[in-house]
Design a binder for this molecule. Sequence first.
Ligand SMILES: *[C@@H]1O[C@H](CO)[C@@H](O)[C@H](O)[C@H]1NC(C)=O
Ligand SMILES: *[C@@H]1O[C@H](CO)[C@@H](O)[C@H](O)[C@H]1NC(C)=O
Ligand SMILES: *[C@@H]1O[C@H](CO)[C@@H](O)[C@H](O)[C@H]1NC(C)=O
Ligand SMILES: [Fe+2]
Length: 407
Amino acid sequence: MGSLGFSSPLVVAVLCLVLNAALLVNGGKTSSFIRKVEKAIDLPLDADVFQVPPGYNAPQQVHITQGDLVGKAVIVSWVTVDEPGTNTVVYWSENSKQKEQAEGKIYTYKYYNYTSGYIHHCTIRHLEFNTKYYYVVGIGHTERQFWFVTPPEVGPDVPYSFGLIGDLGQSYDSNVTLTHYERNPRKGQTLLFVGDLSYADIYPCHDNNRWDTWGRFVERSAAYQPWIWTAGNHEIDFYPEIGETVPFKPYSHRYHVPYRASGSTAPFWYSIKRASAYIIVLSSYSAYGKYTPQYKWLEEELPKVNRSETPWLIVLMHAPWYNSYNYHYMEGETMRVMYEPWFVKYKVDVVFAGHVHAYERSVSIPSMILCSKLIFSFFKSPCIVMIALALLECASMQFSVFFCFSK
Ligand SMILES: *[C@@H]1O[C@H](CO)[C@@H](O)[C@H](O)[C@H]1NC(C)=O
Ligand SMILES: *[C@@H]1O[C@H](CO)[C@@H](O)[C@H](O)[C@H]1NC(C)=O
Ligand SMILES: *[C@@H]1O[C@H](CO)[C@@H](O)[C@H](O)[C@H]1NC(C)=O
Ligand SMILES: [Fe+2]
């Protein structure tokens, strides 16, 4: 209707851009993967990936994560079931055969009628950067040996590769996903896990044995490289009907993270530096409104990021802020309203989220805001320069020139 008022060259220009955007807005085919229509089927308890390691009181569910702010410490965790056993981790670097040891702590918890095994967490500190270490757990009875490589020293020009998994669970597809990650020729050195670990809560009374099977399943990767943990909705395990009123009970007993090192007061939000990246982990299921501990922590945390030291600023959370699927639609909206202006101000590079079991990505939000402002001026002002600017800006962003249709 309104377009009748335009001179014809402009109409042509607009139409070209619309067509162009239609082409560009399609990100292309990035993978040959097509998701099955059928529901995922969980692995049976006797699946090979759930096998209990042989030997009396053998450590199982071994996993590691970063143990400090900069990557010179590692938290080693494992479970023993017959008796507490020793808490010691013996470790040595590939270069020096001098063996060191560190002592951890043992935790247990009960959930409804389930009693956990002895959960060990031991932080080993003062490690050298960029070094391969071997470590042994289960001293005294059945010893098991693993290894990891520490990251390079934090700095701007340090290449490093992160893997990304979320919503893993323990189905046949979960095993395919983990295998896919392990076989990737790019070789992820650390895995960023964006929440929803075991899905034990889909079983009657949140059968916590499924937390144990999951721990055994991911050991083949998580014992050799740090998995950086984020809490998802399947970690909440809040179930007052059976007397379970402490949120995150199984998760927080089993997966320790170095939250104190970044001044956090709870393990659900924290940050680490690793190589050239500053990684902030947020909790979609802890309070995040104004004056809450998470809000205050993040408010103080963002200004601390020194982009000359860590040019990459990455945020992990479970529920995405932008999601165009019906599934879990707008669940991240209230957190977006609280924190998005900060992310724009502090120029967060990338946010990874899980929850919606489908892939989607968006252009950077600051450019989206700029673009909508320009489009707004386009509609308000007849100024030709503005129009050109708006179109150029949006064309380069490969989206939303569709707005022009409504003119
Ligand atoms: C716990 O309760 C569930 C459901 O009532 C039952 O199937 C299971 O056998 C119980 N487990 C133990 C260890 O008592
Ligand atoms: C899981 O994947 C591994 C390969 O990484 C394979 O050896 C194993 O048999 C698979 N297990 C199941 C139950 O699919
Ligand atoms: C930021 O990091 C750079 C490079 O490591 C360092 O030289 C500088 O002193 C740091 N700035 C502040 C304010 O800490
Ligand atoms: Fe989820």
